[in-house]
Write a protein that binds this ligand. Structure first.
Ligand SMILES: Cc1cc2nc3c(=O)[nH]c(=O)nc-3n(C[C@H](O)[C@H](O)[C@H](O)COP(=O)(O)OP(=O)(O)OC[C@H]3O[C@@H](n4cnc5c(N)ncnc54)[C@H](O)[C@@H]3O)c2cc1C
Ligand SMILES: Cc1ncc(C[n+]2csc(CCOP(=O)(O)OP(=O)(O)O)c2C)c(N)n1
Ligand SMILES: [Mg+2]
Length: 591
């Protein structure tokens, strides 16, 4: 039988051996070590100086000094999305915290496991408008899964244990730990990092209800037009293998949300592409016309179901697997709710399918697939591939896919048209390879995400597909890429417009382009060079492939590729605001 650390500590105490006294900052570092944290992205300041001093005295955790706190959180978030581990960021009080807010909200909206350590003014100064004071717990409350203010050094180890547990269990999310300066300085006997954690009010369910899963199975096997709609929850719950087995057993059509891309191989015939506002005809039509919908770790976002009244016009039975009961029946009414972890529930469902002798209706399935193939034959993602005059943005992404499909590749994006083209034209076959901000839609994440991932996956190729607008929101991180030798490849689809805004203004505001044009752009090639990297300007379609090939050869360098793309290109299909998901615009002829 193993002896626990607590027992050892009490035995030591009983035998008179002294338990070492440690400062709060040292206990924090020990907690991070016990949690196996390898990297912390951060930025120092007065309130966290004791913590930085404790970092100085250890060498198992690498601290990455970013250039802006927003990027610290994004980089740690990107790392978490790619690896599944908890991402950790460290910022100082006041402006350090306020700069980090966008990063925290971004992680929160996409349910990413993170621990964000924030410095706070000394406990005695809290509430006195002290220098660099802000109410971190108050400001972050609506954008965290949970937050803590550590009021006493004796709580430090327990709070850290809870913070990591909350961040990674159940529906993951960011947890803020606010540490006043005196708490990081004060000492307390340290008996070791707690092994277990107990929280009476927090016990996320993992196992789904057997009876509900059986009901789901019956509906699925009796369906004439079944559809599997999966989202970020499949990736967060590491259940891609189970999803693939399920689809192999049933042979039903599958779609992914923007956050779920890679959960099912994009090149598999049973995959209908992404659904939603910029989804494919076949994915959206199947959503509207199916008779049984199996929703797995997807939250019926407004960008996915479009106008709820239109969505409700067709009758269908909905089964919804989600670990968070509050996600269920939030936007659409669900018939068979299954609260549980996607991996556990799918495993159970697969087991039941293997046991039963009932099989899906072959004739109905053949008809359903025929209908789907009819939709698919419209080839809704076609574009002017052979244009020799101007670079089509889709062509850049498609070429990147062709060049990298056989190597382990991560693609991050920023927010805008380029993000949608990346999602539509890069065929993600593996989980956690497509890293973007879906819920908050945060411009500026692309470079920090890529830099966080490159640290975790130095052998893989890491691309950031961005726009000339978004990239300027965290471009300072090119400096961090140089310092920490994280050679990423930035693919800027430079259309000289805040393209997604311009597209909406063209379609919804009769072409009144109010402040969506950028007419004072920097010379990105020189800017990249100034940061110590390689810059490339690509202006002709025939130069796209050679440029990408050359950039790939420069394995150890960060390369910034400024692709001058067609400024008037729009993202299609498109479901306009207020429309139903099958009321899609398919091209400029529909405008
Ligand atoms: C410019 C722009 C355009 C967009 N257009 C589209 C579009 O066309 N199509 C589209 O799909 N999205 C689009 N989005 C993204 C959209 O805003 C949402 O972020 C996205 O649709 C949500 O994806 P999801 O439903 O997979 O949920 P996520 O946010 O990934 O949520 C995951 C769900 O899974 C659950 N979950 C987590 N872990 C587990 C587990 N272990 N077991 C079970 N359940 C779990 C969670 O509780 C949650 O309900 C767009 C975003 C932007 C910025
Ligand atoms: C921080 C932030 N501010 C504003 C927006 C609104 N917004 C969404 S897309 C977009 C334009 C992005 O332009 P660019 O990066 O050049 O990409 P493009 O659409 O041209 O591909 C804007 C302003 C946002 N998503 N995030
Ligand atoms: Mg642009």
């Amino acid at each position: 039988m193993e002896i626990s650390k607590a027992e050892l500590a009490s035995a030591a105490a009983a035998s008179g051996a002294a338990i070492p006294e440690l400062r709060g900052a040292e206990i924090l570092v020990k907690a991070l070590q016990a949690e196996n944290v390898k990297y912390v992205w951060g930025y120092p300041g007065g309130a966290v100086l004791h913590i930085y001093d404790a970092f100085y005295k250890q060498d198992t955790i690498q601290h990455v000094l970013v250039r802006h706190e927003q990027a610290a959180v994004h980089a740690a978030d990107g790392y978490a999305r790619a690896t599944g581990d908890v991402g950790v960021a460290l910022v100082t009080s006041g402006p350090g915290v306020t700069n980090a807010i966008t990063g925290i909200a971004t992680a929160y909206m996409d349910s990413i496991p993170m621990v964000i350590i924030t410095g706070q003014v000394p406990t005695a100064a809290i509430g006195l408008d002290a220098f660099q004071e802000c109410d971190t717990v108050g400001i972050t409350r609506p954008i965290v899964k949970h937050n803590f203010l550590v009021k006493d050094v004796r709580q430090m180890a327990d709070v850290m244990k809870k913070a990591f547990h909350i961040a990674r269990s159940g529906r993951p999310g960011p947890v803020v730990v606010d540490i006043p300066k005196d708490v990081s300085f004060n000492k307390t006997p340290y008996a070791g990092y707690p092994e277990t954690v107990e929280m009476r009010s927090y016990n996320p369910v993992r196992k789904g209800h057997g009876g509900q899963i059986r009901k789901a199975l019956q509906l699925l096997l009796n369906a004439k037009r079944p559809y599997i709609y999966t989202g970020g929850g499949v990736l967060l719950g590491d259940a891609t293998a189970e999803l693939r087995t399920l689809v192999d057993l049933l042979n039903y059509p599958v779609t992914n949300t923007l956050m779920g891309l890679g959960a099912f191989p994009a090149t598999d015939r049973r995959f209908l592409g992404m659904l939603g506002m910029h989804g494919t005809i076949e994915a959206n039509n199947a959503m509207q016309n199916c008779d049984v919908l199996l929703a797995v770790g997807a939250r019926f976002d407004d960008r996915v179901i479009g106008n709820p009244k239109h969505f409700a016009q067709n009758e269908r039975k909905i089964i919804h697997i989600d670990i968070d009961p509050s996600s269920i029946s939030k936007r659409v009414k669900v018939d068979v709710p299954i609260v549980g972890d996607v991996k556990d529930v799918l495993t159970e469902l697969i087991h039941m399918i293997r046991e039963t002798t009932t099989r899906a209706d072959e004739k109905a399935m053949a008809d359903w697939w025929k209908t789907i193939e009819g939709w698919r034959s419209r080839d809704c993602l076609k574009y002017d591939r052979n244009n020799k005059d101007v670079i089509k943005p889709q062509y850049v992404v498609e070429t990147l896919w062709n060049l990298t499909k056989d190597v382990d590749t991560y693609v991050t994006s920023d927010v805008g048209q380029h993000q949608m083209w990346a999602a539509q034209f890069y065929k993600f076959n593996e989980p956690r390879r497509w890293i973007n901000s879906g819920g908050l839609g945060t411009m500026g994440v692309g470079i920090p995400y890529a830099m966080g991932i490159k640290l975790a996956r130095p052998e893989s190729e890491v691309y950031c597909i961005t726009g000339e607008g978004s990239v300027q929101m965290c471009i300072q991180e090119l400096s961090t890429c140089l310092q920490y030798n994280t050679p990423i490849k930035v693919i800027s689809l430079n259309n000289r417009y805040l393209g997604m805004v311009r597209q909406w203004q063209e379609i919804e505001y009769s072409g009144r382009y109010s402040h969506s044009y950028m007419d004072a752009l920097p010379n990105f090639v020189k800017l990249a060079e100034a940061y110590g990297h390689v810059g490339m300007l690509i202006e002709r379609p025939q130069d796209v492939e050679p440029a990408l090939r050359e950039a790939r050869k420069l394995k150890d360098r960060t390369v910034f590729m400024d692709f001058r793309t067609d400024p008037s290109e729009n993202v299609f299909p498109m479901v306009q605001a207020g429309k139903g998901i099958t009321e899609m615009l398919l091209g400029s002829e529909d405008l």
